[in-house]
Design a protein around this ligand. Structure first.
Ligand code: MRU
Length: 386
């Protein structure tokens, strides 16, 4: 079966898979407006740093493409300044949907740059809109290509590194956190892409993935993707990483990223830091795989990365299919959301991400290659990479 993709487009029509219902129900939702794109990102119907950036960019492209075909033409196509006045608030709305993933802000900033460049070049409103449409679609298209590239760089680097320890570099056991595959990107994935690459080249023995509570990106989404791709895999609860490292031969931890500071400190799904500390204790390489657009050179270190706090209620709920399975009259598996805590729990700590300091990170892989720290240094200098 082909891997799922988070977004499908046909002309100006955009649909996303409602990730809140996966893996039991595959429901596509049409995204017709920029407000709907914003809401889908905020409610995590679509999630994963590159995927939310793609949806934001595509929603602008589709909105403007429909406007160009409309008759009569909307007022905002009457002049470059009217278009700017219309588009800028839409980009601002999209960029606020989730604060940690820098790709979203990078995509909207890129579109702002396109807008300003086209205005400076003296283009009329329709030509400026056409430039924005092309750039929006480009942001989505380029994601898959770079994911394949970084997965290959990272996979080859890991195999060579393992070989240096005297092992064959085959039969690798690799751990990941959260979901970084097709559902989190426009296709193939970042950290899960690296795992897929190892599998495709016959180097992977077993992929391990944490459940990644409270949203369960691991047990719902990564499990589904690995099962679909027929990649041998094992799920573990977030609290079992230390035990896994004590009792199994693990060759690497590979994770994605939502924002990487200039010195390499990396914000990723909460629980990533725990895995990094344990990996360091067990001398297991810890590898971050992310596109260049995830590196934020304006942020010197992880202490200033904004960390999204999710609603307390989300940490009190578990969502899934009824067990034993029950199907409704349409043959669809019944799902439910249940509360696993006492009602109205007062104290709940629910950050969506944590920051792994660069000293715990062995390598940062982007579409440009593999960055490692200079000998004797604890941090990366990513100005040299971007
Ligand atoms: O809250 P989410 O599910 O959007 O968090 C996703 C992650 O933390 C991913 O690891 C990250 O976005 C990289 S996705 C290729």
């Amino acid at each position: 079966m082909a891997p799922l993709s988070s977004i499908r487009t046909s002309g100006d029509k955009i649909e996303i898979v409602n990730q809140l219902l996966l893996p039991h129900t595959t429901e596509f939702i049409e995204i017709d407006t920029i407000q709907q794109a914003h809401d889908a990102i905020k409610s995590m119907k679509i999630r994963g740093a590159p995927a939310i950036a793609s949806l934001a960019a595509l929603s602008i492209a589709s909105h403007l493409s429909r406007a160009l075909q409309a008759s009569p033409a909307p007022e905002f196509l009457s002049s470059p300044s009217a278009l700017k006045e219309h588009v800028e608030p839409q980009l601002a709305l999209l960029s606020t949907a989730r604060p940690t993933a820098v790709n979203l802000g990078a995509a909207t900033r890129r579109l702002t740059k396109t807008l300003d460049a086209a205005i400076d070049a003296g283009k009329d409103a329709r030509a400026i809109a056409a430039d924005l449409i092309a750039e929006g679609r480009r942001i989505d298209d380029e994601d898959v290509v770079r994911n394949r590239q970084m997965s290959k760089w990272g996979g080859e680097w890991l195999v060579e590194r393992v070989k240096k320890t005297g092992a064959t570099g085959a039969d690798l056991n690799v751990v990941t956190v959260c979901n970084t595959g097709s559902l989190a990107t426009s296709g193939y994935g970042t950290a899960l892409g690296l795992i897929t690459y190892l599998h495709e080249t016959g180097k992977l023995k077993q992929a391990y993935y944490t459940q990644s509570t409270p949203y369960h990106q691991g047990s719902r989404l990564t499990a589904f993707e690995l099962q679909t791709l027929k990649i041998p895999s094992t799920m573990l609860c977030d609290s079992m990483v230390g035990s896994l490292f004590q009792h199994h031969d693990i060759h690497a931890v590979v994770v994605g990223a939502d924002r990487i500071a200039r010195n390499g400190d990396t914000a990723n799904k909460v629980g990533t830091y725990n895995a990094a500390v344990l990996a360091s204790r067990h001398m297991i390489p810890f590898i971050v795989v992310a596109p260049i657009s995830t590196i934020d050179l304006d942020v010197p270190n992880g202490s200033v990365i904004p960390i999204e706090q999710r609603p307390a209620l989300e940490a009190c709920l578990v969502r899934g299919a009824l067990y034993p399975p029950t199907t409704n009259a349409q043959g669809i598996k019944e799902q439910a959301t249940v509360m696993v805590t006492p009602s109205d729990l007062e104290g709940v700590y629910n950050p969506s991400f944590d920051v792994t300091p660069s000293d715990l990170i062995t390598a940062i892989v982007t579409e440009k290659g593999v960055a490692v720290k200079k000998d004797g240094e604890n941090t990366f200098d990513l100005t040299e990479v971007v």
